[in-house]
Design a protein around this ligand. Structure first.
Ligand code: SAM
Length: 253
């Protein structure tokens, strides 16, 4: 079992019900950048409990949601059934080895998930392969402000969720997208303020993990704390952090 399957398998129900994951502010921006049409054959990679695939379904001809974790897919299928959506299917599979023929889709999306992928270059190569020429890939994923702060951020995120792999900078994303053959069409950053108590509860963190996270936050200078988006209360306690979500439209030209 992978660390993603372990982590998301244990917390699938919380994820399915979380309002910020279901309808948080990256979703309308992703949909705007994707510009879905009734002709699109869409694939949502690492769909989780299907929030993005379910939002796409009424706007496209058909959509497939793919994920490593069966427990997440079970919630996605249930929600599709409850909403009466007949053009969405969910299946297990790995983002780094997409189980589809070349040029099978016109639109790919992946929201709040690529920071879990071990080899982003393999995912991007696979995305390029399964897209038709003229197709687009729209990503929403959290980024690090600088390469210097990325190791601190990755440690912070991984303590809370061991399936976290890497929170890359926008420059790293640009280089990886270019190397895979994509044109970089359009991007923006969408801030997510996440309350600390809620954030650790979502991942089921033990009290010693919460303590370690607070200590990790205290290990930065005030300037670095500001740069990584940490927020402190009047008594100096950590109350929240703001993650910047990169939303980007890549094109197979
Ligand atoms: C934060 S959740 C997904 C969020 C979802 N896309 C949304 O819009 O709400 C991350 C998901 O990535 C999945 N995942 C992680 N690595 C994966 C991989 N290599 N291939 C497919 N799914 C993966 C996990 O199982 C988990 O369901």
């Amino acid at each position: 079992m992978t660390s993603s399957q372990e982590q998301f398998g244990a917390h699938a129900a919380k994820y399915a019900q979380s309002e910020i994951h279901r309808a948080g502010p990256s979703l309308p921006v992703l949909l705007d950048f994707a510009a879905p049409t009734r002709q699109d054959r869409a694939l949502d990679v690492a769909t989780g409990t299907g929030h993005t695939a379910l939002a796409l379904a009424p706007r496209v001809a058909q959509v497939t949601g793919l994920d490593l974790t069966e427990a997440m897919l079970a919630h996605a299928r249930q929600q599709a059934g409850a909403a009466g959506l007949a053009n969405v299917t969910f299946q297990p599979g790995d983002a780094e080895a997409l189980p589809f023929p070349d040029a099978a889709f016109t639109l790919l999306t992946s929201r709040h998930a690529p920071h879990h992928f071990h080899h982003l270059d393999r995912f991007l190569a696979e995305a390029f392969r399964v897209l038709e020429p003229g197709g687009r890939l729209v990503i929403a994923d959290q980024i690090s402000p600088t390469p210097e702060l990325q190791p601190w951020i990755d440690t912070y995120q991984r303590r809370r969720d061991p399936s976290h792999v890497a929170q890359r900078t926008v420059a790293a994303w640009r280089e990886l997208a270019r190397a895979a053959g994509f044109g970089w069409a359009r991007d923006t950053l969408v801030p997510y303020r996440l309350e600390f108590g809620w954030w650790v509860a979502q991942s089921g963190c033990a009290p010693e993990t919460v303590r370690a996270l607070r200590e990790h936050a205290a290990s930065l200078t005030a300037e670095e704390q500001d740069a990584v988006g940490l927020h402190f209360g009047e008594a100096g306690e950590l109350v929240a952090h703001t993650e910047q979500m990169l939303v980007v439209r890549l094109e197979k030209r």
